[in-house]
Design a protein around this ligand. Structure first.
Ligand SMILES: [Zn+2]
Length: 190
């Protein structure tokens, strides 16, 4: 089931007032219909781009009436996420095997982590996100020290990354949360 989405911007009705792009959302479960627009901060001004963004986020929309989501999209998202995590974990498992022979190769995950840490330091500092700043420094610092101090057990570092990747948790970038933030629903239509 896909939500019944019909674009009805000013192109649709030449006499309509030019306003922010809106489409009609119909819930696949309860069939409630609502006008939906981009949240205020997300309106770009280019009608075509705004409509494209609307259509994209609508795929991941949560019905404000009954809380239902598009079942096919939910299933596809779960499949993709599992596949990505397994591929990521498989890559680090291979790295762990290599690190048994060449211990210094285990410096790769903390090196990458430290690079990311350094690149995000300033934006995180400005937003006072002390936990990821301190946590990242401690975690990657410990990994580097571990590999250098105990090269025989260097493989533990990529193995710990595998464990972290496979640990069940919420996906921080999950598109459904983003869609909820990006869409503004109107009152139910008759
Ligand atoms: Zn619904």
């Amino acid at each position: 089931m896909t939500p019944d989405v019909s674009a009805d911007g000013p192109d649709h009705d030449p006499n309509a007032e030019v306003g922010p792009a809106t489409v009609t959302f119909q819930c696949p479960a309860c069939h409630a219909r609502r006008r939906v627009a981009l949240a205020k901060g997300s309106v770009g001004g280019d009608m075509r781009m705004d409509l494209a963004a609307l259509q994209h986020h609508l795929e991941y929309a949560t019905c404000p009436s009954c809380g239902a989501r598009n079942a096919a999209v939910v299933a596809e998202h779960a499949r993709t996420r599992t596949r990505d995590r397994l591929m990521f974990a498989g890559g680090y498992a291979a790295l762990a095997l290599l690190a048994v022979v060449v211990p210094m190769i285990a410096l790769l995950p903390p090196a990458y982590g430290l690079l990311h840490w350094a690149l995000t330091l300033w934006p995180r500092w400005r937003r006072r996100m002390w936990l990821p700043i301190v946590g990242g420094a401690v975690l990657f610092g410990t990994m580097v020290a571990w590999v250098i101090e105990m090269p025989r057990y260097a493989f533990v570092v990529p193995v710990s990354v595998v464990a972290m990747v496979l640990w069940p948790r919420r996906d921080p970038a999950e598109p459904f949360t983003t869609a909820a933030e990006q869409l503004t629903f109107g009152d139910p239509l008759p």
